[in-house]
Design a protein around this ligand. Structure first.
Ligand SMILES: Nc1ncnc2c1ncn2[C@@H]1O[C@H](COP(=O)(O)OP(=O)(O)O)[C@@H](O)[C@H]1O
Ligand SMILES: [Mg+2]
Length: 367
């Protein structure tokens, strides 16, 4: 068991591409840490530096309390599962899983016992004599995980292990990896571009953009209190709605004025927002914090907005409304039976206690 820590780690590739820019991150013993961010933000490079597959340009990496910068990959006691599985096509499942142990000259009975145990955990005992080409995508994925498990590493590193699977299998494997973590009680660092995987699997999530960590926190904190506009927009589906406008003050109350719509802030935000009076600001609200006025009793009139409904999508369990203020499009998630008139104006209610505001220049969260 081990904690992993990165201290001011950077990676500059030949040609000057700064893939990872001075990141510091502490992963606790037995923690499931997810690194999430859009393609190209430096997730794989970070993972590969932890694994020892990529040299570190500057900074330090520790596994346990050992600085591993100069320790070769094979001696780092970690196991990595890749997106493309990287199974040996000419070997059986058993041989694929046993390969690493054989290289390390483990005794035969120990190898058999470990492979057997891992195959049992993953439900692939019946596949041990097959070759990779005789397996489905999900089965290959299990073998790749099995090959990591048999090594009983201090730390598991997963690089987008589910992205080659179809949607249904991905959901299933997501749960299985989650259960595996509970069973193995090992430190896991898991890389994905999929915010749903990040939210559902991580004890904590590190959100990355352009080689920089934007925020590290548990999933609910990331969702409810994003550190900046990027995190707010990246995590959550549909993404958070953003509108630009001004903060105005009237009768000692603060309002967000978009041009067409104007809503009153909740009093608890007044003090923080006061310095922004008269200034341009970015307002954010999640789709589930917008309601159709028809279905809300007792609404403060300042929170009602009139906008055009352009499209609605009934999803069975809920309805997505695509709305337009004339300046901004946004989405509301409302009750399953809501059927507004398309092309006409409708009244909505914003739950302003859930509103977010971001600085227009820095895009950092104000409140
Ligand atoms: N071997 C390499 N040589 C040069 N640039 C690279 C190399 N590997 C990755 N990069 C660049 O570094 C950045 C981060 O890549 P990567 O870590 O693979 O991102 P992610 O895994 O988040 O998609 C990208 O701009 C990518 O093009
Ligand atoms: Mg990658």
């Amino acid at each position: 068991m081990a904690q992993v820590s990165l201290k001011n780690v950077s990676k500059i590739f030949p040609g000057g591409i700064k893939a990872v820019d001075n990141i510091s991150l502490g992963v606790e013993n037995r923690e499931f840490m997810v690194l999430v961010g859009p393609s190209g933000c430096g997730k794989s490079t970070t993972l590969r530096m932890i694994a020892g597959l990529e040299e570190i340009t500057s900074g330090d990496i520790y596994i346990g309390d050992k600085r591993v910068n100069d320790i070769p990959a094979k001696d780092r006691d970690i196991a990595m599962v890749f997106q493309n599985y990287a199974l040996y096509p000419h070997m059986t499942v058993f041989e694929n899983m046993a390969f690493g142990l054989k290289l390390k000259r483990y005794p035969k009975h120990e190898i058999i016992q470990r492979v057997d145990e891992a195959a049992e955990i993953l439900g692939i005992k019946n596949l041990l004599n097959r070759k990779p080409r005789e397996l489905s995508g999900g089965e290959r994925q299990r073998v790749a995980v099995g090959r990591a498990i048999v090594r009983r590493p201090l730390v598991f590193l997963f690089d987008e292990p589910l992205s080659n699977l179809d949607a249904k299998l991905r959901v299933q494997m997501r749960t299985e990896i989650h259960k595996l973590h509970i069973r193995l009680q090992t430190t896991i660092i898991y890389v994905t571009h999929d915010q749903v995987e990040a939210m559902t699997m991580g004890d904590r999530i590190a959100v990355m953009k352009d080689g920089v960590i934007q925020q590290v926190a548990d999933p609910i904190t990331i969702y409810d209190r994003p550190a900046n506009k990027f995190v707010a927009g990246f995590i959550g589906s549909p993404p958070m709605n953003f509108m630009s406008g001004r903060i105005i003050k009237k009768n000692s109350k603060f309002y967000f004025d978009e041009g067409r719509i104007k809503v009153k802030l909740v009093e608890s935000m007044f003090e923080t927002i006061a310095p922004y009076e008269g200034k341009e600001i970015i307002f954010g609200i999640r789709s589930e914090d917008i309601y159709d006025k028809l279905f809300v009793s007792e609404v403060a009139p300042e929170n009602i907005v009139r906008v055009t409904c352009e499209v609605y999508e009934p999803l069975g369990s809920e309805v997505y409304l695509y709305l337009n203020t004339g300046k901004h499009s946004f989405v509301a998630r409302v009750g399953a039976h809501d059927r507004p008139k398309v092309g006409e104006d409708m009244e909505l209610v914003f739950d302003m206690s859930k509103a977010h505001f971001f600085d227009k220049d820095t895009e950092k969260t104000i409140v």
